[in-house]
Design a binder for this molecule. Structure first.
Ligand code: M6R
Length: 607
């Protein structure tokens, strides 16, 4: 999703803006641009495609100045092109924006009536024209911002630069994230701490409705009511190191391989691997009396929530509902008084999830979040925060964030199961012992000489791939299909294995690959019947199973991936690995852009 950066300093800013934009690349984008003010004139350089194109453009058309703004654009309104790339300029104003100006059509009409001609297809351009018109009409920057913010509707993180006021940068936030970092004689603004941590580690976050007038020496922050406010600063935990792929070809490959380690860290942060004693952060309610748990998330994090529903219901007997974040608040959900709502998000910034969280808070729920970015908006607005210790996840396709979410959710379900008297100490210890041993099993799968490339080179030739799983592994079938779609662009669908015969089986014809997530668990016999049904219709089966399952089904499968035997409750974590590896190798075989797939953004900050 769009990333924004701004610097006001006494030194040249262009190179540093470019470095910050590189640190925001992981969010996903399709064009980029930078503006700076020199001699009270706005200079601008933009390019479609990757930042390397912008870098080349800057060589031909260098720009410099001690105040500047930069942007990576993920297209919403208007195709990815140089014209639509930010910054947008009107007269003496340059603007970068993350979000959507929802009333832009109406504003465009008003501006057209005043004789303004639009140069782009974007919603953002109206902001530049309005700001410029207000300044032309004689307003000072503060007055102009107040007029502008009362006019525009929607979601935004905005940075505005004015040629006639080269010592002032303006900023505003509504829904889309924005942070400020404090330097010596300079100030830095950016979409997140990662964009800023290499410039200064002292960071404050804007709250919704905040806007600011920033000079190199100070930031005056105002709230929605235009009152001056203080936003506490903290020393960010975000790394100031520029992420790198190490020995791996892609971030996704690196992150898949980091899983044994980060799962170990995450688990150890909640449970002593020796005693099995689980310590969770404090909740505002008593888990043993909780009437209902509502889990809300998007994409892969939603699938983690689906797995967790099995765990919370089975291990802790808590009535649990799971909702897609973008649907939740629009269906008027029944939220029980004193219930708890758990929001799962790698980035902690997905706007759908954040808006659902605010809705749940307004409706009296105790808010828990499970995030990988502890300084994120979702974390900051929660009553209790659980952290995954996955480290920065750069690849757009989520891998290690997902499995660390699962480990945390299972640990939580086991603990609540004990508190609610559903699990005995011995039963709980059995699961935590298995969890402690999981990193070594994952490491074994990663080091085993399994023929991922053989199966993937066939999957790469397919039009459609079906993923099937049952029970606690049904969401892993969904996650496997999502991973394949995201990075290889092959049409893939995940189904509950037993649901196949109720419709999707019509898709099967000779040669269609069916990936079966089939550990030898309590549902295995039924899953194997579903596999036979697919086989009878000419499907070619990729079997993910263990010794016992493979013994029974080896003749039915074209490709077999042998997983270590593990406690059945843990299988979704272990079986995430083969579905990730299949997707990764298939995309590699196809030569698609694995870490930044087309059309996708890492942090989705629009609804
Ligand atoms: O940061 P979040 O966990 O809130 O993101 C939610 C989804 O956008 C995310 O999981 C998305 O589906 C990933 N690209 C999956 O690989």
């Amino acid at each position: 999703m769009c990333g924004i950066v701004g610097i006001i300093s006494t030194q040249s800013v262009t190179k540093r803006i470019l470095t910050s934009l590189k640190r925001l690349e992981y969010r996903g984008y399709d064009s980029a641009g930078i503006s700076a003010i020199k001699n009270r004139k706005i200079e601008r350089c933009r390019a479609a495609g990757k930042l390397s194109n912008l870098e080349q453009a800057l060589v031909k058309q260098p720009i410099s100045g001690s105040i500047g703004i930069g942007h990576t654009r993920w297209a919403t309104h208007g195709v990815p092109s140089i014209e639509n790339a930010h910054p947008h300029v009107s007269g003496q104003v340059a603007v970068v924006h993350n979000g959507i100006i929802e009333n832009y059509q109406q504003l465009k009409e008003e501006l057209a009536n005043d004789g303004v001609t639009m140069q782009t297809e974007t919603d953002t351009e109206v902001v530049a024209h309005l700001a410029n018109a207000y300044l032309q009409a004689g307003m000072q920057p503060k007055e102009m911002m107040q007029a502008l913010l009362s006019k525009i509707q929607g979601a935004f993180a905005l940075l505005i630069m004015m040629a006639q006021h080269p010592d002032t940068l303006l900023a505003a936030r509504k829904y889309s994230p924005l942070a400020i970092a404090y330097g010596d004689d300079e100030m830095f603004l950016g979409s997140d701490a990662l964009a800023l941590a290499h410039l200064s580690r002292k960071i404050s976050y804007f709250e919704d409705g905040d806007w600011a007038i920033i000079t190199k020496d100070e930031a005056k922050i105002f709230n929605l009511k235009n009152e001056i406010v203080e936003r506490p600063s903290k020393i960010t935990d975000a790394s100031n190191k520029t992420p790198d792929k190490g020995k791996y070809a892609h971030y996704m490959e690196k992150e898949i391989n980091e899983q044994p380690e980060v799962i170990g860290y995450t688990f150890a942060s909640y449970c002593s691997p020796t005693t099995g004693k689980i310590t969770l952060p404090k909740f505002k309610f008593c888990p043993s009396e909780l009437p209902k748990l509502t889990i809300v998330a998007a994409g892969t994090s939603f699938y983690a929530g689906m797995v967790a529903k099995y765990w919370f219901e089975n291990l802790a007997r808590i009535p649990t509902e799971v909702d897609i974040a973008s649907e939740f608040r629009y269906r008027n959900p029944v939220l029980i008084k004193n219930g708890a709502a758990l929001f799962i998000s790698q980035s902690g910034e997905s706007l759908d999830t954040l808006m659902a969280q605010r809705y749940a808070k307004e409706n009296g729920q105790n808010i828990i979040s499970l995030v990988n970015v502890p300084e994120s908006t979702i974390a900051r607005e929660s009553d209790t925060v659980l952290k995954t210790l996955a480290g920065p996840e750069i690849s757009v396709a989520s891998t290690k964030a997902f499995t660390t979410q699962l480990v945390t959710l299972l640990t939580m379900a086991v603990h609540w199961g004990e508190l609610r008297g559903v699990l005995s100490d011995r039963e709980a210890k059995k699961i935590t012992d298995n969890l402690a041993n999981l990193p070594s099993l994952l490491a074994r799968v990663l080091s085993d000489d399994l023929d991922w490339i053989g199966a993937s080179s066939e999957l790469a030739l397919s039009q459609d791939v079906i993923y099937l799983g049952r029970g606690v592994n049904f969401p892993i079938a969904l996650e496997g299909a999502l991973k394949l779609k995201e990075i290889s662009y092959i049409h893939a669908e995940g189904y509950a294995a037993g649901e196949m015969k109720h419709g999707p089986i019509a898709l099967l014809e000779r040669g269609v690959p069916v990936v079966m997530v089939a550990p030898h668990d309590e549902w295995f016999e039924k899953t194997s019947s579903n596999l036979k049904e697919a086989l009878a219709r000419g499907a070619r089966v990729v079997l993910l199973s263990d010794d016992k399952g493979i013994e029974k089904l080896h003749e039915a499968a074209t490709w077999i991936f042998r997983m270590p035997r593990v406690h059945p409750i843990l299988t979704p974590i272990l079986y995430s690995l083969p579905v990730q590896l299949l997707a990764y190798h298939t995309a590699k075989e196809k030569g698609t852009e694995i870490d930044q797939p087309r059309n996708l953004a890492k942090s989705v900050t629009v609804e």
